[in-house]
Design a protein around this ligand. Structure first.
Ligand SMILES: Cc1ncc(COP(=O)(O)O)c(C=O)c1O
Length: 304
């Protein structure tokens, strides 16, 4: 049997698209990359990660993503295994000759492999570093023209949501709940307040003001959220970072999702009920245009 026959066809297709990955110091074809089944990322989800969009060949907000990676690592008692410039070199090696098409880089750092399957890990482990790049498909036009649907669900995740951990079981169950209901996202409510989406930050627009919950341990500090906050200043829009009651979410004029691979998207249906007019709102249109302009402005500037 040829080596490629052993792989699922989807993986073979991926290998055509993604010839190279980075694994703990080496660049190699993605389909040849191997890690130990004893890796704690595999056994425990003992790993953290980042997803960095690449517009026109340039990683977007790379510094902010790497800063968050280092905060996640520190929060789980790991040292940063690479400096920002070292990660930037890895990213540009992976991007190689891909050309200007949009893509995204995935970076994961796990605590590494050890035989004991010790909950309390031994000191001095060698981390497993993994990174690859793949195509970022264009946002479907209907997402921007008609908006997307979301459902709500009770918050079921752990108490350290600020750590971008690969232990995403609750997030994927929540996302699937929404997908099964024909929605793009599931937005979580905890004690009568908005937290975030299963993989997105949520902004609620009411009376011309953008409301979003403050950063803390209850949500992931989104990199795209910070871009929205910065662009709001440019656009002379007021931004209120404080707790968002469920009632404000349900009476919103507009709801936006913010996340690295799509920037901002308008939610026009929440639990089957139209949001505002049921169409992407005027503030969304201005914010989205400003976001696109911003990515163009950065073209040709250093990623770090
Ligand atoms: C739970 C969660 N919240 C928020 C976000 C948005 O973060 P960012 O804008 O950095 O992609 C993500 C992104 O994956 C996420 O998983």
């Amino acid at each position: 049997m040829a080596a490629a026959d052993r792989y699922h066809p989807a993986l073979v297709r991926l290998n055509v698209l993604l010839p190279i990955c980075y694994l703990s110091g080496a660049y190699l074809p993605l389909a040849e990359a191997r890690i130990s089944p004893l890796d704690r990322g595999f056994l425990f989800g003992d790993a953290v990660y980042e997803v960095i969009p690449v517009y026109g060949g340039r990683p977007f907000r790379l510094r902010e993503h790497l800063d968050r990676l280092n905060r996640s690592l520190a929060a789980i008692g790991m040292q940063a295994p690479r400096s920002h410039p070292e990660w930037a070199t890895i990213c540009s090696q992976l991007l190689g000759q891909r050309g200007p098409q949009d893509s995204y880089i995935y970076i994961q750092v796990s605590r590494g492999a050890e035989l004991g399957r010790n909950h309390a890990w031994p000191e001095g482990m060698a981390p497993t570093l993994f990174a690859y790049v793949t195509t970022l498909e264009p946002t479907p036009a209907r997402f921007l023209e008609q908006g997307i649907a979301a459902v709500t669900a009770d918050e079921i995740r752990w108490a350290r949501r600020d750590i971008k951990s690969t232990a995403l079981l609750a997030n994927i169950l929540l996302k699937k709940l929404g997908a099964d209901a024909g929605a793009f996202e599931t937005i979580m409510i905890e004690n009568g307040e908005l937290t975030e989406g299963s993989s997105t930050t949520v902004h609620v627009i009411s009376g011309g003001v953008i409301h979003t919950p403050p950063n803390g341990t209850h949500i992931l500090p989104g990199t795209t959220r910070d871009v929205v906050t910065e662009l709001a200043v440019r656009l002379n829009m007021s931004c209120n970072n404080s707790r968002v009651p469920e009632s404000l979410l349900r009476s919103a004029d507009e709801i936006w999702l913010a996340f690295a691979t799509r920037g901002v998207l308008p939610v026009t249906l929440l639990d089957g009920v139209p949001v505002g007019t049921g169409r992407p709102g005027p503030m969304f249109k201005r914010m989205h245009a400003a976001f696109i302009d911003y990515t163009h402005e950065l073209a040709g500037t250093p990623a770090l």
